[in-house]
Design a protein around this ligand. Structure first.
Ligand SMILES: *Cc1c(COP(=O)(O)O)cnc(C)c1O
Length: 363
């Protein structure tokens, strides 16, 4: 029997006419998508000149990142095609999403992770959702190569973003933004790792533009971590390094799509340092109440860089015209990577259990 949700929640139910699904497709869903688009008065004011700034908060998906949008489609199609197991390489969030949707569908999930380079929250998710977790002695790019090799010989569906259904599901975030704003924004800013998401957004924006649901498509602006910036440098990075583990990728699978998105939208790929990422992460949490994982703050860090007159010569972010609408996707929840916070946090204030003693320490 094919399960169908009773409401229109979830990416496939809400957007099925734009997705490669049919009456034969089961909907394996956790009511993902329809995430908040939060107006930021503070960032709007920082950009100035009548610009409006919005944050698409993808950390509120069921497993805490935008990966759920693609995974609902990839796993649903895998089930339709009779798969009994799925496999993915992951910097953490893909494995969390794959494991959750595989659990929901009742199939086996295998994840290949680079040993020691996964944020603890994400590892905990893969285990709790019941995945078989293999930590390889190599980086993400090695893991993805091995997944491709295993997929060639074994009866196991690959659910990395080289699976085209992933990008199809992820493009729905652009639909939601257009629906909510009444049109596409002028700029869309986001972090770039394996480069699937920037490609998927561009696909979604173009699709709705062509259907007349938006008057334009935005300029796509992607930010890579400076130690892990293959697209920016236009060369494969053998040993990518950044605290932002979700974008620690030296040879992006969707490199060509991403380059096309940037070129055709008159956008840009720029870089931010780990220091800039961590300070943007802290800024966003302490000024807007939005706690994201380090990689997710790369877009916000990029905005700050582009507004800094001292950096004008090196930046690739184009001038922002008066009255522009800017959307920045923050890709994953902060609680996925509590260790980074631990290092960033100040120390607690020790006090006796006495009112006046506490108040004295707070002044
Ligand atoms: C996967 C991921 C990214 C990078 O997205 P790509 O599609 O690989 O470019 C950024 N941030 C988070 C939190 C992610 O999980």
């Amino acid at each position: 029997m094919i399960f169908r949700p009773l409401n229109d929640r979830g990416v496939i139910a809400r957007w099925q006419q734009y997705l490669p699904v049919s009456d034969a497709t089961p909907f394996v869903s956790l009511n993902e998508g329809s995430t908040p688009l939060i107006h930021s008065p503070k960032l709007s004011a920082k950009v100035g000149r009548g610009c409006e700034f919005y944050i698409k908060y993808e950390g509120l998906n069921p497993t805490g990142s935008f990966k759920d949008r693609g995974m609902t489609v990839a796993i649903s199609k895998a089930i339709e095609e009779g798969a009994e197991a799925v496999i993915c390489a992951s910097t953490g969030n893909t494995s969390a999403a794959a494991a959750a949707y595989a659990a929901r569908a009742g199939i086996t999930c295998v994840v290949l992770l680079p040993a020691g380079k996964i944020a603890f929250g994400k590892l905990a998710q893969a285990f709790m959702y019941g995945a078989k977790v293999v930590a390889i002695d190599g980086n993400f790019d090695d893991a993805l190569r091995l997944v491709r090799e295993i997929g060639e010989t074994e009866p196991i569906a690959i659910v990395n973003s080289i699976n085209p259904y992933r990008l199809q599901g992820q493009k729905t975030a652009a639909f939601e933004i257009i629906e909510e704003l009444g049109d596409a924004p002028d700029f869309h800013v986001l972090p770039v790792g394996n480069a699937g998401n920037i490609s998927a957004y561009w696909m979604g924006y173009q699709e709705f533009h062509q259907l007349g649901k938006a008057s334009r498509a935005p300029r796509m602006i992607g930010f890579q971590a400076s130690g892990s910036a293959p697209i920016f440098h236009n060369k494969v990075i053998e040993n990518p390094d950044t605290i932002a583990t979700a974008i620690r990728i030296g040879n992006p699978a969707s490199w060509e799509y991403a380059t096309a998105a940037v070129t055709n939208s008159n956008g840009a790929i720029d870089i931010v340092t780990d220091e800039e990422i961590l300070s943007a992460q802290m800024w966003l949490a302490s000024n807007e109440g939005i706690y994201v994982e380090p990689a997710s703050a790369a877009g916000i860090a990029g905005i700050f860089k582009s507004l800094d007159p001292a950096r004008a010569a090196e930046r690739r972010f184009p001038e922002i015209p008066e009255g522009s609408r800017i959307v920045c996707t923050v890709t994953g929840h902060g609680l996925k990577d509590p260790d980074v916070a631990k290092e960033q946090c100040g120390s607690v204030i020790p006090a006796p259990a006495e009112k006046n003693e506490i108040l004295r320490r707070l002044t």
